[in-house]
Design a protein around this ligand. Structure first.
Ligand SMILES: [Zn+2]
Length: 577
């Protein structure tokens, strides 16, 4: 076995990233901008309502800004001093103030990031538009803000734009005002708080596609002329809102939902609160989707999951990004399997097994080919680096494994507790663990140490034989990732694993199932089994995130492959063994 997966994620000099300090809670942001698509220019004001933590003297409110022209600053309606340096706008706060309304007047001209301008190009079916992408910390390239995830605000976003275009943003739209000289102001109010990177402002030549399939009003915005494709692309939305609300045990947390489809988007989708941005690369009608075997539904579901995990609950710092992406990847798989199966539970299990198999392959490829890191790490150069197969696929498999270990009912109870306890709040990994322990009564410190804070996964060598004298199945198990190391390291590397062992009962249609707890690097299990079984399968449902080295002859593997009493995972593993 090659020594794979041991390359480090970052160099020894990579510094730790800590949560950014702040002197105030910014409870509300009122953004009023005029957006000129032709001139690629944004001009306006942003007002931050601040509640200061204390009244220490010498306080400076620091907002982020990149290449903005700051025209003036007012505090509670009076002109205030300010300086700009190192991409920050620094505003001294008078000692007496416990709260303040800080209003900044600014211009952004051809912003390098944050807001992107796309000209119309009929030859490419491209309409004129501008769209924003805040994640990770890019909104400060087009308006001054506290551009960090550790603050929650309510929002009012007013956009003055050409009357021939549509403007959409987070929240609920207020009644439109009458156009003046060909310009209209559209105002959106978001009265449920979320972090700054989830702000979404889009202006363009869009058509609205209404969707009556959900428990909240749903509207999608697509480039004008692409309405039929939009309806096909978002067909899973209503089903997924209902399924996720039921599974999580918490209703959809926002007053409305929808997507806006944009050109030249750098990601597949971005889960902006109430209004997901999505790439036009998957904007196609149902026939093309079927013919090209393109799965738009999983992308739509993934972004929808984030309305709970990412938007309703947001990680306090990027180190805990798995609380967004692993949850979205796992519930995407669960919901997509249910959507595809349309009520057929055995097909749903097979669909889920397939999706998790793909996730496992993606993670293992990265682990063997690129690097290995723990799910939670604060050592990185740029937050973008954390959006990898560990944050998405490994975390997804760690959650699935946890669900299988606890059982569906207890896992869902914990998910409901975690989600309701921290709704509209910032979270870190310890909050999730605490909710799991409170809901189940089961200490999970060891599980989080093993799977969340430690890098990698176990490799298990398994050999079995039937002992006719003892009437027993003898299973030798070795955690080779640990057993190969010096004794002093073995106890740290050895995983605690619940493993199911299954075999067919000779002369019967029954399967014998035994669940064993492996806690040593090397162990031998003796299980009562009077007659030699046709095959043996370990972890038949693929619950564990492990690499298996199974030694069985071809006859046994063929028998296992063809036995439909087994789940898809165990059959598939027999096929590739
Ligand atoms: Zn995601």
């Amino acid at each position: 076995m090659s020594d794979t997966g041991t390359r480090p994620f970052c160099g020894p000099a990579t510094e730790q990233q800590w949560i950014r300090p702040r002197i105030a809670r910014i409870t509300h942001v009122d953004l009023a901008v005029s957006i000129d698509l032709e001139r690629q220019r944004i001009e306006g004001t942003v007002e931050h309502r601040c509640e200061f933590h204390d009244r220490r003297s010498g306080r400076i409110l620091e907002l982020d800004q990149h290449d903005l022209e700051i025209r003036s600053v007012e505090i509670d309606g009076r002109p205030a001093a300010f300086t700009t340096a190192d991409n920050r706008l620094a505003i001294p706060i008078a000692d007496a103030l416990a709260t303040a309304s800080v209003r900044v007047s600014f211009i952004a001209d051809h912003p390098a990031k944050g807001m992107y301008f796309i000209p119309a190009d009929p030859s490419r079916a491209q309409v004129a538009m501008c769209w924003t992408q805040g994640a990770m910390e890019d909104h400060s390239h087009w308006f001054p803000c506290f551009d960090s995830p550790n603050n929650l605000s309510t929002w009012r976003i007013g956009v003055r734009h050409r009357s021939s275009l549509i403007a959409v943003a987070n929240g609920v739209k207020e009644p439109a005002t009458a156009p003046v000289d060909g310009w209209t102001t559209s105002v959106y109010v978001q009265d449920r708080p979320h972090v700054v990177y989830l702000v979404n402002v889009v202006v363009g030549d869009f058509a609205e596609v209404r969707d009556d399939s959900g428990p909240v009003p749903i509207a999608h915005y697509v480039p004008r002329g692409r309405e039929a494709e939009g309806a096909a692309m978002f067909r899973a939305t209503g089903f997924a809102i209902r399924w996720l609300s039921d599974y999580i045990g918490l209703a959809f947390p926002w007053p409305r939902y929808g997507h806006v489809v944009v050109h030249k988007f750098m990601w597949g989708g971005m889960e902006n609160a109430t209004l997901t941005t999505i790439t036009d690369r998957v904007l196609m009608d149902a026939q093309v989707q079927a013919r090209e075997d393109i799965d738009c539904d999983s992308l739509v579901i993934h972004e929808l999951v984030h309305q709970w995990y990412g938007d309703l609950l947001t990680m306090k710092g990027w180190s805990d990004i798995w609380l967004n992406e692993s949850f979205a990847t796992y519930l995407e798989a669960r919901c997509a399997a249910a959507w595809r199966a349309q009520g057929d539970s055995s097909r749903e299990a097979d669909e889920l097994a397939l999706l998790l198999w793909i996730d496992r392959r993606a993670y293992l490829d990265e682990d063997s080919g690129r690097y290995r890191r723990a799910l939670v790490t604060n050592r990185y150069e740029d937050a973008y680096e954390l959006f990898d197969r560990v944050a998405y696929e490994k975390g997804c498999l760690v959650l699935h494994q946890l669900c299988r270990r606890l059982g569906e009912e207890r896992f869902r109870a914990a998910l409901t507790l975690y989600t309701s306890r921290h709704a509209h709040d910032l979270v870190e990994t310890a909050d999730f663990r605490q909710a799991l322990e409170d809901a189940t009564g089961e200490p999970l410190d060891w599980y989080f140490d093993q799977w969340v804070h430690r890098a990698g996964h176990p490799r298990i060598k398994a050999r079995w034989r039937h002992d006719p004298v003892r009437g027993a199945l003898v299973v030798d198990l070795e955690q080779t990732h640990a057993s190969a190391k010096p004794a002093s390291e073995q106890h740290v590397l050895t995983h605690r694993l619940a493993i199911e062992v299954v075999w067919p009962v000779t002369g019967s249609r029954d399967l014998e199932r035994r669940r064993i707890e492996l806690v040593r690097a090397v162990d031998t299990l003796v299980l009562p089994c009077p007659a030699a079984p046709a095959w043996v399968a370990l972890d038949p449902d693929g619950d564990l995130l492990a690499e298996w080295d199974e030694d069985a002859d071809a006859t046994q593997l063929c028998a296992r492959l063809q036995d439909h009493r087994l789940g898809a995972d165990a059959r598939a593993r027999a096929a590739v063994a």
